[in-house]
Ligand binder design. Structure first.
Ligand code: MG
Length: 185
């Protein structure tokens, strides 16, 4: 018999019992995505699910939300899956004019099937115009709602390209996204 009685401790994710092969799977996975769209006709752009007045729109088969497209590619890449062009081909009329936030929710569901969820996400938008600063908070909130995270787990940055290259000439915009996924059981 033991002299001491059993004691309870708070759990710690780092102290996970390793028994089955899946227990050895990496608990966290990082991913990166990038997307570019050219300016064309239109009176608004949609970025991070937020509609923003603009002298020109973005040419796209979907709503042209390059920020969400970059984020979806980062998520799929982190999960070791194919890219958005594979799952949502622009040759498929089902995705014509598609609301990219709906596609993002589909990606969230695809990851959930693998027990993967977003821990935090970071999006960077490079655009000479329109001015995005007034919309950043709404973008963060909109993305966090779709990802099922706290708004503090989503970062959105926006900057110009200092008038250099195609972005600087106002021909298009490029977005980058990094994401950290975690696996839950
Ligand atoms: Mg795209």
């Amino acid at each position: 018999a033991y002299a001491e009685s059993p004691r309870l401790f708070l759990g710690d994710r780092a102290n996970k019992k390793l028994t089955y092969p899946e227990d050895f799977a990496p608990a966290e996975r990082v991913g990166f995505g990038v997307d570019t769209h050219a300016f064309g006709e239109g009176d608004h752009v949609t970025l991070c699910g937020v509609k923003i007045p603009s002298a020109r729109g973005l040419i796209a088969h979907s709503d042209g939300d390059a920020a969400v497209h970059a984020l979806m590619d980062a998520m799929l890449s982190a999960a070791g899956m194919r890219d958005i062009g594979y799952y949502f081909p622009d040759t498929d009329d089902r995705f014509a004019g598609a609301n990219s936030m709906k596609l993002l929710q589909e990606v969230v569901g695809m990851l959930r099937e693998k027990n993967l969820r977003v821990k935090n996400a970071s999006v960077s938008i490079v655009a000479e115009r329109p001015r995005l600063a007034p919309y950043i908070e709404e973008m963060k909130y909109t993305l966090s709602e779709a990802l099922g995270t706290d708004v503090s787990c989503v970062g959105v940055a926006a900057g110009t390209n200092e008038k250099l290259g195609y972005v600087g000439e106002g021909k298009g915009i490029t977005c980058f996204a990094t994401v950290l996924l975690f696996q839950y059981n």
